[in-house]
Ligand binder design. Structure first.
Ligand SMILES: Nc1ncnc2c1ncn2[C@@H]1O[C@H](COP(=O)(O)OP(=O)(O)OP(=O)(O)O)[C@@H](O)[C@H]1O
Length: 241
């Protein structure tokens, strides 16, 4: 039997009476790269924030790594990269990494090892001593990704991780996500980019707060008789092509 790393049942959320998520069911199997795909404003970030307990669902139940959300200790097991970079701009990249890493009670040597690994992965090793205030937008995204990975979490949740990142580094990051998956991690990624959706093991396509299709990229394309996930999205959402 497969184990679910994330399970959301009957989850709804409104903001000021505007329904953003309605009666959502979402299951993410352990050890996969799961893509939550959908257009801007579809509710991807809202779903992620509910998953990690940053905002409360109006209805339904959310279980992450066998624990009912909200659950503070659970945050130690989740590497979260938010869409808006939450960085200390007066500190250097290295100081940011050490600061966030220090929250996980890691031994000094282990922290050093993780900081080196994460900064190398996002190609920031040479900029680590620069203040974040002087980083470009892409460098800040890369630092946020490094911070999400620094504590070596079993579950990694990345909200549009490759926005503002050049194609070569984007490719390298995706290769590393596969390495992390093969090492047993569960990775949830949001994106609107269908080339990234193709790289996921499982997808949930979201439109106006509802899941309109789920499956592997191959299954979805077969089901909708097309070679393109863009077409799957348009057909599943009832949009004429
Ligand atoms: N705190 C809030 N108060 C009011 N409305 C909100 C709040 N957070 C999100 N929303 C609304 O919920 C809807 C879904 O937003 P959300 O950020 O979840 O979408 P998204 O799919 O992540 O979009 P994007 O890809 O652009 O980041 C939007 O209409 C947004 O304006």
């Amino acid at each position: 039997m497969c184990y679910m790393a994330i399970s959301m049942k009957n989850v709804s959320k409104s903001f000021q009476k505007q329904s953003v998520i309605s009666d959502l069911h979402l299951e993410v199997e352990d050890g996969v790269i799961f893509g939550l795909i959908g257009p801007s404003g579809g509710g991807k970030t809202t779903i992620i924030k509910m998953m990690i307990g940053m905002i409360t669902a109006d209805t339904g139940t959310i279980t992450v790594l066998h624990k009912k959300v909200p659950n503070k200790p659970l945050l130690f097991d989740i590497g979260y990269m938010a869409q808006a970079d939450a960085l200390y701009t007066d500190l250097t990249g290295l100081e940011n990494l050490r600061f966030f890493g220090s929250m996980y009670n890691m031994h000094k040597n282990k922290l050093q090892e993780r900081v080196e690994y994460a900064s190398k992965l996002v190609d920031l090793t040479d900029a680590l001593h620069k203040r974040v205030a002087n980083y470009s937008g892409g460098m800040r995204r890369r630092l946020s990704l490094a911070i999400a990975l620094v504590q070596d979490p079993p579950l990694i949740i990345l909200d549009e991780p490759t926005v503002g990142i050049d194609p070569a580094l984007k490719k390298q990051i995706w290769q590393e996500l596969v390495v992390l998956k093969n090492a047993g991690k569960t990775i949830l990624v949001t994106t609107h980019a269908m080339d990234e959706a193709e790289k996921c093991d499982e997808l949930a396509m979201l439109r106006s707060g509802k899941i309109i299709a789920t499956g592997t990229p191959t299954e979805l394309k077969e089901r909708f008789h097309t070679n393109s996930l863009d077409d799957v999205f348009l057909q599943a959402g009832g949009v004429n092509t």
